[in-house]
Design a protein around this ligand. Structure first.
Ligand code: TXD
Length: 319
């Protein structure tokens, strides 16, 4: 069987970390694509030289040419620019929409069978636009946000309860941003839901509310500390988990931005929901019952995503 091929579109902070993880886990040969000259080749060469020490045996290639992603099994997209001081949300949307157009066309031409994971912000709009531009089936294009947001929530909960992160499961639904919906009823320590843990005196409602708020602004907290960029270790690990679920047909149930076709009362929109990822891409969408408060928050989140799409369509009427 031929080795798998992982194409990373965008070789910046997350792209480089993805390459390291994909190589050290030997997911397949890795291609790092970027518009910046030299940088993807430099990172690929540096990582390849880590191979003899770490003991991974995969090919790594840096490139500025889409031809090199030909036949990729998985494409992970981080290409784009981050919002800079003085840049409006619409400015950012305009720039990254153009990037998604170029990336979508590159994938359509050279890797139309790939499973595509979009990471670029604003996530819920970019994954939708990337799907539109690439023309790939909806089940083969997903956005990464929920795994990361849930991981942040799990980390904070594990700290609060003073238990291993391994025993903490948690769900964060909705859009990626201030409107994301951490669902405490479905968040557990080894199966014990958080509301029960509050009743058991392990924490208080106030403390859990503060954790929910911290999870919502989890990305911003890191940006404020780093000053020169945003998080990259946890985002990269999260996307790799999704890629592995696809490559190994693991049927993992993971929160991802997926295209809804009526679930949760939403149609033709990418929103964060629990999905099963296996060899068929997004194989199933789990429609969990939300309580009134979570449903209300979910609707706010959906409205925020809808607003973004209206802005995208204004910028690019071909959408
Ligand atoms: O949960 C999530 N989805 C996220 C999203 C969590 C953290 C960060 N998130 C977003 O990921 C972030 O807001 C950015 O939009 C992306 C990538 O973050 P990263 O930290 O990797 O950004 P970098 O280091 O700026 O890398 C972006 C690279 C950079 O090397 C550019 O040269 C390249 O993208 N770039 C392009 N590559 C290919 N094609 C085009 N057109 C292009 N334009 C820029």
């Amino acid at each position: 069987m031929a080795r798998k091929k992982i194409a990373l579109i965008g070789a910046g902070m997350i792209g480089g970390t993805l390459a390291h993880l994909a190589a050290s886990k030997e997911l397949g040969d890795v291609v790092l694509f970027d518009v910046a000259e030299g940088m993807p080749e430099g990172k690929a060469l540096d990582l390849a030289q880590a191979g003899p020490v770490e003991g991974f045996d995969v090919k790594l290639k840096g490139t500025n040419s889409y031809k090199d992603i030909k036949g990729a099994d998985v494409c992970i997209v981080t290409a784009g620019v981050a919002r800079k001081p003085g840049m409006s949300r619409d400015d950012l949307l305009g720039i990254n929409l153009k990037v998604m157009k170029a990336v979508g066309e590159g994938i359509k031409k050279y890797a139309p069978k790939a499973f595509v994971i979009c990471i670029t912000n604003p996530l819920d709009a970019m994954v939708w636009a990337l799907r539109e531009f690439s023309g790939l089936p909806h089940n083969m294009v997903v956005g990464m946000a929920g795994v990361l947001d849930s991981a942040r929530f799990r980390h904070f909960l594990a700290e609060e309860f003073n238990v291993s992160v391994r025993d903490v499961t948690a769900f964060v639904l909705g859009g990626h941003g201030d409107t994301m919906v951490p669902v405490i009823e479905y968040s557990t320590v080894a199966g014990i839901p958080v509301p029960d843990l509050i009743k058991m005196g392990w924490s208080t409602k106030e403390k859990i509310d503060a954790i929910v708020a911290r999870t919502r602004s989890g990305g911003g907290e890191i940006v404020a500390l780093l000053k020169t960029g945003s998080a990259y270790y946890a985002p990269a690990t999260s996307a790799i988990e999704m890629a592995q679920a696809y490559l190994n047909d693991q049927k993992r149930l993971l929160p991802c931005a997926a295209n809804l076709t009526g679930q949760y009362g939403v149609k033709n929109l990418y929103v964060g929901v629990p999905v099963v990822i296996g060899a068929g891409g997004v194989e199933r969408i789990a429609e969990i019952k939300l309580n009134a408060k979570a449903q209300k928050n979910f609707n706010v989140s959906v409205d925020a995503v809808k607003e973004l799409l209206v802005a995208c369509k204004k910028i690019d009427p071909s959408l």
